[in-house]
Design a protein around this ligand. Structure first.
Ligand SMILES: [Zn+2]
Length: 269
């Protein structure tokens, strides 16, 4: 079984873009049986590696959040990939102001560059997941190399927070039997998504917000990238828009709860 989410979405959007305006694209979910698209290598977004210093703002500990019951509430989970970067602090400010906790799938090399932001995420109740060390394509990599990517990031996060992540999102959403086996043996759940605003491609806060608000459903896992200023600017609007539609915004563990199992792949609740 092969997964290559970004490639599928990118190629679908290239095709759909010829037919209709980008704003009205139906946002597709990753599919288990989809073939590997041949153009994927040319459209996959590169990870953004900023050089700015990390945000010096001190962490402020939040009161412990009340438990949420997603069996009763219309829950969705906001997830952010490829950071942290110094601009992630802007997003954290928005999330704090609006009392939203999210899940960040971080790159190990960014973690070591921005430890203060990681500390702040944890202090403010966000969940940290592993998105590899430096965003390589897992397909075609040896088990040893994949394990090294994940372990280096575990170590970087644990050296700051005291805990290693147990949620993994592979770069580009690439999952195959080898990746699942590794995840199972490490005790990691594999978290993909069902809503992708293609924010790495469309740098418009307004468009990204509209796509997320339009396509979120009960149980959705929403993908975005905190490395883009346009995405960070979109989130005040997105949070208000989702709440206006009756959604409760939760972390991935809150959304999936006891259903999280090592080696399993989740696109939504
Ligand atoms: Zn990524």
């Amino acid at each position: 079984m092969l997964w290559r989410v970004m490639g599928i979405l990118a190629s679908a959007s290239v095709l759909a873009g010829l037919l209709q305006p980008a704003e009205s694209l139906p946002l597709s979910s990753p599919r288990a049986d989809a073939p590997r698209p041949t153009i994927a290598a040319t459209v996959s977004p590169p990870p953004v590696i900023p050089s700015e210093p990390s945000d010096p703002e001190p962490p402020a500990t939040e009161p412990k959040p009340k438990p949420v019951d997603c069996a009763k509430l219309k829950c969705v989970a906001l997830t952010f990939d490829d950071g942290p970067v110094s601009g992630t602090a802007d997003l954290l400010r928005v999330l704090k102001r609006k009392h939203v906790r999210a899940t960040f799938f971080v790159l190990g090399q960014q973690v070591t560059a921005h430890p203060a932001i990681i500390r702040r995420m944890v202090a403010e109740g966000h969940v940290i997941g592993n998105h590899s060390w430096n965003h390589p394509e897992f397909w075609g990599m040896s088990a040893k190399a994949i394990r090294r990517q994940l372990a280096r990031t575990d170590h970087a996060v644990a050296s700051i927070t005291g805990h290693r992540p147990t949620l993994v999102r592979t770069p580009f959403g690439e999952i195959n039997a080898r990746v699942r086996k590794i995840a199972r043996s490490r005790g990691d759940a594999l978290i993909l998504w069902d809503v992708d605003p293609l924010d790495w491609k469309k740098h418009s806060a307004k468009v990204v917000a509209k796509r997320v608000i339009t396509h979120a459903r009960r149980g959705s896992i929403i993908l975005s990238h905190d490395v883009w200023p346009s995405t960070r600017h979109a989130y005040a609007r997105i949070i208000d828009g989702l709440r206006a539609k009756g959604f409760t915004l939760v972390t991935v563990p809150e959304l999936l709860g006891h259903r999280l199992k090592p080696g399993r792949v989740y696109l939504r609740a």
